[in-house]
Design a protein. Structure first.
Length: 428
């Protein structure tokens, strides 16, 4: 099979959730003189790239993965923790297989600076690591300047975002459990683009589902800066009306401009201030801090533009950027599945470049995103994206993908299967 066909097959296999097709071990540690790739960030994009570079090169390329967190915690499926259906153990996974099975060197630290001229990264611990190719998967950070009232650590701890899975996921769940029956949980949604377009609507459904069972006098309010629901609109609208009427209220066109954390006050561009019992505040989002410091966020000082055949930055040679941090192509969501696909295309391109081979000329990637609406039922949206040589970007394949007909329990089982498969594909 040709390399181009191989990477296309990998993308299609992942879209179907068949992670078992992608398992395999590196042949052994590369020699000291072998090419060296440094990967910054062990999320869906970075961990996938690190693993697959070792696989595609048959262990001939050295890979160092730099990640400050001791474990991988999945943002996809984390809303089930907030809704009370799962616990943190279910979404928390080890990096051990990357090291022990695939020969990836793990460094638990943070990168503070990138020297593109010298091809080195500086770590918070003070040391430097050199690279032949660098892959940066920094995720997202928040544009706090748009909400002055969120400046203090106390405000951030009180009005949590829980949009990076971990401590705040647990904190938001505890706030909901502690809220008296009859209280209101409010979540604001920033204007697009933001990480995981259907995620806030899923979270609202799962909180409303929890309230119906445990706090029947309580209510959920969604304050959406956008004029309408941004993903699975017909499906979510139907669920809001049929399943959560009287419990969940959707208010579009509400642009959050500031907060007053001591009183949980949410202030809007036009509408009156609102003070819920629990305020789940999602600021506007941008590429992670490292991308800005390194000058990679060349699109409005917010997102990173890349060549989609290689995911190499258009402003920094030998540096590739993956995941939610990039300026996406038309119709490309910021999702965990998409970051996983970025990692595979980039891995094959990097191995090809290091071996002096042509990079695959026709990348094809796919995305599937599930959203739970109650304890058992889920809905999905999927899409396929193919390289367009004339427009030099990835475009949605006409007629590909689609959305669920209606929420159902079988899709809920598929959603959990998708999660187990992509975790194995990324980390196993």
């Amino acid at each position: 099979m040709k390399r181009r066909q191989f990477v296309q097959t990998l993308s299609a296999a992942s879209a179907l959730g068949t992670a078992g097709l992608l398992s395999g071990c590196a042949t052994g540690p590369a020699g000291a003189g072998a090419a060296h790739v440094v990967v910054v960030g062990g999320g869906y994009g970075g961990a996938t790239a690190a693993k697959h570079i070792r696989m595609f090169s048959e262990g001939r390329v050295r890979v160092t993965l730099i990640e400050p967190n001791p474990q991988f915690i999945s943002c996809p499926i984390s809303n089930l923790v907030i809704g009370g259906q799962r616990n943190m153990d279910f979404i928390t996974h080890s990096y051990d297989s990357l090291q022990n099975r695939h020969g990836v060197r793990l460094v638990r630290d943070s990168v503070t600076a990138i020297d593109a001229a010298r091809r080195t990264v500086r770590l918070a611990g003070g040391s430097e690591i050199g690279y032949d190719r660098l892959i940066v998967s920094p995720g997202i950070d928040f544009m706090w300047q748009g909400l002055p009232g969120m400046a203090s650590p106390e405000a951030k701890a009180r009005m949590v975002h829980a949009w990076k899975a971990g401590e705040q996921t647990v904190a938001l769940r505890r706030q909901l459990e502690a809220m008296p029956d009859g209280g209101v949980y409010a979540i604001n949604i920033p204007a697009v683009p933001y990480r995981c377009p259907p995620g806030p609507y899923e979270r609202a459904c799962l909180v409303a589902n929890y309230f119906k069972k445990a706090k029947p006098r309580s209510k959920v309010i969604i304050f959406d800066a956008n004029p309408e629901i941004q993903s699975k609109r017909g499906l979510f609208s139907r669920v809001f009306e049929q399943d959560f009427k009287g419990t969940l209220e959707y208010r579009p066109g509400h642009v959050l401009t500031d907060v007053h954390a001591p009183t949980n006050a949410m202030r809007f561009e036009v509408q009156d201030e609102f003070r819920p019992a629990v305020a789940n505040v999602l600021p506007s989002m941008r590429a992670g801090d490292l991308a800005l410091r390194a000058g990679l966020a060349n699109v409005n000082n917010r997102w990173c533009e890349v060549n989609f055949q290689t995911f190499e930055s258009v402003v920094a040679p030998n540096i590739h950027v993956l995941g939610d941090a990039i300026q996406g192509s038309p119709g490309m969501p910021k999702s965990g599945h998409m970051a996983n696909q970025h990692g595979k295309v980039c891995a094959m391109a990097v191995v090809s470049l290091l071996q002096g081979q042509p990079v695959p000329q026709l990348p094809i990637i796919a995305n599937t995103c599930y959203s739970f609406v109650n304890d058992t039922d889920a809905i999905h949206v999927s899409s396929v994206h193919r390289w367009d040589a004339e427009r030099r970007t990835l475009l949605t394949v006409p007629g590909s993908g689609g959305v669920s007909v209606a929420p159902n329990e079988m899709e809920g089982r598929f959603a959990i299967g998708w999660a187990l498969n992509i975790w194995a594909d990324t980390l196993g």
